[in-house]
Design a binder for this molecule. Structure first.
Ligand code: ZN
Length: 187
């Protein structure tokens, strides 16, 4: 998992703000866990409509908590053919800032394997954090900064009831960072 390269001057300050903003206020956990479990049940039954309804409830409860506009969602049975691929964490969804809308899909494009619930929920939360970047933080763009991944990770683990590991970052070329998974997993 890599961060984006820092942008040019005029947006650099906002990028750095996003990078530093590693904390996200989290909503009450009990109802979020229930809403996430409904998504899992829908996926087990392989019912797209059920998953969509559950995702809608999950997202609208978040938007209510953060007091941001609702974020419409489309749940597709499988991945559309033409999809930008600039981010490895976005193999299962995307966010369109102009429409303020999320798309997620339940199957991979080629092998048609069903996405695991963990990956699906993590994608959903990741895309929703793009929504928050624009609607809550009012960033001019939504970059994959270290702060972004920290915020998305916090919300994901909160919704799953799992413990978030402290992410260990390693610098790479052009001002980008990557998560050092072996060190992160060692804790
Ligand atoms: Zn993203």
């Amino acid at each position: 998992m890599f961060t984006d390269a820092p942008p040019r001057k005029e947006k650099l300050r906002q990028f750095q703000k996003s990078d530093r903003a590693s904390k996200l206020t989290l909503p009450p956990q009990a109802s979020l866990l229930t809403l996430a479990q409904a998504i899992e049940t829908g996926m087990k039954n392989e019912r797209t409509l059920e998953v969509r309804a559950a995702c809608e409830s999950f997202l609208s409860s978040l938007s209510h908590f953060y007091q941001v506009p609702d974020c419409p969602i489309r749940v597709l049975a499988s991945r559309p053919l033409h999809v930008r691929e600039n981010c490895s964490s976005e193999l299962f969804g995307d966010y369109d800032p102009s429409a303020m809308a999320i798309r997620v899909w339940m199957r991979t494009a080629v092998r048609k394997e069903v996405t695991s619930f963990g990956t699906f929920l993590s994608t959903l939360v990741h895309e929703y954090c793009h929504h928050l970047d624009f609607q809550l933080f009012h960033f001019p763009d939504s970059w994959h900064t270290r702060g972004f991944y920290e915020r998305a990770g916090a919300l994901y683990h909160h919704a799953r009831g799992s413990r978030q590991k402290r992410l260990v970052w390693a610098p790479t070329a052009r001002g980008r960072w990557r998560i050092d998974w072996p060190r992160t997993n060692r804790g």
